[in-house]
Design a protein around this ligand. Sequence first.
Ligand code: PMV
Length: 325
Amino acid sequence: MSNWVRAHTNIALIKYWGKENENLIIPMNNSLSLTLDAFYTETNVTFDDDLKSDQLYLNGHMQDFNALIKVKTVLDLVRKKAGIKTKARVDSYNYVPTAAGLASSASGLAALAGSASRAAGLDLSSKDLSKLARRGSGSASRSIYGGFAEWQKGHSHETSFAVPVDAADWDIGMLFIVVNDKKKDISSREGMSRTVNTSPFYQGWLDTLDADLNTMKEAIKNQDVHKVGEIAERNALKMHATTLGAKPPFTYWSPDSIKAMDAVKQLRETGFSVHFTMDAGPNVKLICRQSELEDIKHHLLVDFKESQLISAKPGPGLHAISKPN
Ligand code: PMV
């Protein structure tokens, strides 16, 4: 019997940046994201008595021990809950357009949590799936849900999970400007920990988050795409500002990221309701009306190649599929 599931990636509009507990992945702050249709992971887990160790096949290729670390954390938790010791084979396919250079940890670890728990015979609630996915990668806790989701930080494994906020079945979309498809130098895990431990700006970041989260939820309720983008852009800039104060300092921006941000500003001056956000890498993600995606893309073709521009609409939550794509 197969246990194929699909989970879509999500992009945070209020960022998760810093852990209160590194082991349990309890964040310093609540975060809020939009799950997208364009990028997803499909995964099937099989527990097999004949296996001597866990195995991970990514896009058909067997992965080494390093790639298995996060996967093993989730598998061990599932085994503990199901009372089994059996090793597992994980088959996972990432449907992120080639060269997109976007992190697949959110969709990957959410899909793993979904498939591994089914394969072990566990029938977990969305809340329990979110907690399980969180232990693999924090942002994966939010990919259990479609539309907008909030990861409520909590203070323990039991109390830190995401909840759905809004189905996002209105005129909102995202456009990715891919400026670099290389693996990032500083992982989000290392970047956060360095910032929390050394940046004097980190407390300033934390101090403004409640206000950002509240106004963001209000803007989502009002389906106000301009306000959603405005809050998200400022939130992302504040997050990225903390990294400049770290020791040693670092930034995820490249010259092309700044070129993309300038292009967004110009589009805004032309009258589009468009803002940007960025994560632990140089790619820039635009927040705009879904109905204006193609128009905005057209304007961006002056500065960027068509292959660098990928449109995305709100996507669904974790779900079972009968067979892979
Ligand atoms: O879950 P991780 O370890 O990939 O961290 C994600 C961190 C950011 O993408 C920068 C922000 C977020 O909330 O997704």
